[in-house]
Design a protein around this ligand. Structure first.
Ligand SMILES: [Fe+2]
Ligand SMILES: [Fe+2]
Length: 638
């Protein structure tokens, strides 16, 4: 056992190291060249560390997870130690991102299953507590995949089942079966937490149930039976948290659609919360999430019509102005820096914007952007993504303020510079390939909007290339909402993770479709993971052959693969291939992935030379520019 314990520690240490190496703080570097060299070295190290971790998972963890039998004591110890080691890492850096949630969820599930069959009540509470947290985090992450709600739905169903266990165990007849007071507290906390699984629900029945459970929690808080059963519990905290759950249920412009009657009750709760806070302001001020509670009180009053939009806006604005721009880790920091702008977006959505609104929008976008750029890497990303993804989703494009394309590029640069660099590279490679197509095979571009003859291609050359540039830099925009789930450095992807990643073309399509500046590029994003002959790739039901942008989709698809295969700095920890290696490899087995006319281009020396230049000198240049961009924004923010 001892040696395994050591292995797990090593696993966790390696994972922390991998995270650290993959997004080093920009201030660590002397200059752009240092940035490039050290990133390159970092990714080589990541490759080694990842291999070791993968081996450990395959040899020690997966055999236990995949066994159908009852877990032996030794297996339980192994799994518990594994998750405890991971949890200790998360505590150290206050970030769930370091947890490797998908693996955590598998481990927690397996332990839970076993404890429900064979464990004591206390053991069950302990195992289910962990499972609930893991499943919730997965639901929270996958909720942002608006193109495929079934992924988060499966986590929701699992979470509600576990939540029901806690609700049942908190019934008076069962509660004293839990022996340890710590587990009793945990059971109460989780019973309330179970309502979080309704957090995006628009089903009136579920909303009703959500409020019912919270009412029950308020009863419990005042019930002497529970106070005697858990005398040392901070009941004031329990109560204010329960109030907080009521109030947050209308987050994001009451998108869940609570009725007036329900809102009336929530407003009553807001009053009770305010009264409770007034009894000991100092204590409540020290509680994280206090800022959120104050503006949520105002919001609920606004939705009920008790206060005017103007009054509500004033509260939002005051909260926003007094935000701590460097608070990345507490709920208050996230609420005031990202949720407030989001609430403004909800207020403005679908309305004619005044000149004042337009200016406000500009400031809000600048604020959110500065906040995302200022985030200490990689620490608090998952935490804020819930709201940030919603900002991306609810973005309002106003000419002269910020285009969605520019906002998306900023987001990529702030959240994951290697993906930003990749997008720029795909842009350059695509423009290069397309310029050869325009000159050498103009007939291929017939069908592009406004182009019916080879001569049209000549006349429209610049317009076509400009289209190619914008469409190709936007190809991975769909990754933004899931950016923290897809960079699982260091191990094989699990089935669920593949499912998540495969949603990005569809998500990109839907995001790009919404805005005037990007609408025309949506099909290219949708098709960039399809094979040339449409036999394979994803999404499975999109036929690139029917698109007016078929040739451009094929170019971007090829440029995407080429950048990924040849990059040795940023994204991949495999050593990057040279352009000749790459061309040789794809020519030996062209299959049906790439267009034959692209393979034809590769035979030309001038094409190869240009590509070689872009993949070496060109790439270095983009790294330099990105380094400078990041450094400038950080300096401006400080
Ligand atoms: Fe992609
Ligand atoms: Fe890509």
């Amino acid at each position: 056992m001892k040696s395994e314990k050591k292995t797990f520690n090593l696993f966790v240490e390696r994972m922390a190291k991998i995270r650290e190496l993959s997004s080093p703080p920009i201030y660590d570097f002397d200059d752009a060249d240092d940035y490039i060299i050290r990133l390159k070295n970092n990714f080589e190290t990541i490759g080694k560390l990842a291999g070791q971790n993968r081996q450990m998972l395959d040899e020690v963890l997966f055999p236990i997870l995949n066994s159908d039998d009852a877990l032996s004591d030794e297996m339980i110890d192994t799994l518990s130690e594994f998750s405890e080691n991971l949890l200790s890492l998360a505590e150290e850096v206050t970030s769930y991102e370091n947890l490797d949630l998908p693996i955590m969820t598998l481990v927690a599930d397996r332990l839970m299953e076993n404890s429900l069959k064979y464990g004591t009540v206390d053991e069950q509470v302990c195992c289910l507590d962990r499972a609930l947290l893991a499943v919730y985090s997965m639901m929270n992450m996958t909720e942002r995949i608006f193109s495929d709600p079934s992924i988060s739905l499966s986590y929701k169903e699992r979470g509600l089942k576990i939540g029901q266990f806690f609700l049942d165990i908190c019934e008076k007849d069962n509660f004293l079966k839990i022996e340890d007071p710590t587990w009793r507290e945990l059971a109460l906390t989780n019973a309330r937490f179970s309502t979080s699984f309704y957090e995006r629900s628009t089903d009136p029945k579920e909303n009703e149930k959500n409020l019912e459970i919270l009412e029950k929690m308020l009863e419990i808080a005042d019930d002497p039976f529970y106070q005697e059963a858990v005398p040392d519990y901070d009941w004031r905290y329990f109560k204010i948290r329960t109030y907080g759950y009521f109030l947050q249920s209308t987050d994001m412009g009451n998108m869940r659609g609570f009725t007036d009657k329900q809102l009336e009750r929530i407003v009553e709760i807001a009053d009770e919360a305010s009264e409770l806070i007034a009894t000991d302001p100092e204590y409540f001020n020290s509680i994280n999430g206090h800022t959120a509670i104050s503006f949520q009180c105002a919001r609920n009053r606004y939705y009920l019509g008790v206060i005017s939009e103007e009054e509500y806006r004033k509260v939002l604005m005051d909260t926003y102005e007094s935000r701590d721009r460097t608070d990345f880790e507490s709920p208050d920091g996230n609420f005031s820096n990202v949720l407030i702008p989001l609430e403004f977006l909800y207020l403005m959505r679908g309305k004619k914007l005044s000149a004042k609104d337009t200016l406000l929008l500009k400031h809000l976008y600048q604020g959110v952007s500065a906040y995302m750029f200022g985030m200490p890497n990689p620490g608090a990303l998952s935490f804020v993504m819930e709201y940030f993804a919603e900002v991306v989703h609810s973005f309002i494009e106003v000419p002269g303020v910020l285009t969605f394309e520019a906002f998306a590029m900023q987001s990529l640069a702030a959240l994951h510079p290697p993906t930003y660099i990749h997008s720029q590279m795909v842009g350059q490679i695509s423009v290069c390939l397309c310029s050869y197509v325009a000159d050498l095979r103009p007939e291929l571009l017939i069908g592009f909007p406004g182009v019916t003859t080879p001569d049209d291609v000549k006349k429209n050359r610049e317009r076509i290339l400009s289209y190619v540039w914008h469409a190709s830099v936007c190809h991975d925009v769909g990754k933004i909402p899931i950016i923290d789930t897809i960079f699982v450095y260091g191990r094989k992807l699990l089935d669920d993770e593949f499912r998540i990643i495969k949603t990005h073309p569809q998500m990109g399509y839907e995001l790009l479709k919404k805005h005037a500046s990007t609408r025309g590029y949506a099909e290219v994003a949708l098709g960039h993971h399809r094979f040339y002959d449409d036999t394979k790739g994803y999404p499975p039901d999109f036929q690139t052959g029917k698109s007016a942008f078929k040739v451009i989709i094929d170019i971007v698809q090829c440029a995407d693969c080429m950048d990924a295969a040849t990059d040795s700095v940023g994204r991949s920890y495999n050593r990057g291939k040279t352009i000749d290696d790459y061309i040789k490899e794809v020519s030996e087995d062209p299959g049906s992935r790439y267009a034959p006319w692209i393979m034809g281009l590769f035979e030309r020396e001038d094409v190869r030379n240009d590509l070689d230049f872009l993949l070496t000198v060109g790439r270095q240049e983009i790294y330099r520019e990105t380094y400078q961009l990041l450094k400038n924004v950080k300096e401006k923010a400080n």
